[in-house]
Design a protein around this ligand. Sequence first.
Ligand code: SAM
Length: 212
Amino acid sequence: GYRARSAYKLRQIDDEVDLFDHGDTVVDLGAAPGGWLQIAAEAVTEAGRVVGVDLQRIDDLDHPHVETVRGDMTEERTRYYLRKALGVDPDGRDAPSGSADPDPDDGVEPERPVDVVVSDMAPNMTGEYQLDHARSIHLSRQAFDTALELLKPGGDFVVKVFDGPDLADFRDDVAAEFQYVRAYTPEASRKRSSERYLIARGRTDSPVSEGD
Ligand code: SAM
């Protein structure tokens, strides 16, 4: 069995759009207690790897190719430990884009080694609609920034969002960086009526414009 019923949401998304491939590197944000980690770990197999991040401690999974980081994704130090877990230069985030190819012989991972970023992060709900929506969009944007920082060209991004007035702008911003984005409501989300997932496929590389 799975650690959380939310596992079935990711299973449905994977069934629907064929998100994960054998051998993929996956980052799972808001991963506790670990249901999505289990789905992703099974899908990518031991040829791949999965790194999960959460504020909460995540009990060890039986999968040797899963690693977890405990921390707050809105804090830079957590993103530092995530890069470390991925084998990316943890201080390298501000390397200029469009710079020369990384040295292929230096033994470190390419700066963007990730095939899929998924985020199920959610704020503690207060019941106050405007506040919960704003906090949710804030976390979703944090996940988006992380996706842009770590995803390979062609990589995919799935993020939980709560419907509300700021969702359209967020969706437009995501759409600008991927080949396409769609909203999806898995069966298991139906009773939480405002919960959606944006599924963004094919991160487009954004080379520095050479002018027209
Ligand atoms: N997908 C998970 C699973 O299948 O087990 C369930 C995730 S649960 C719906 C949302 C998680 O987001 C919570 O565990 C919460 O601690 C985490 N979270 C919320 N804000 C966070 C933040 N700023 N940084 C890291 N994790 C956060």
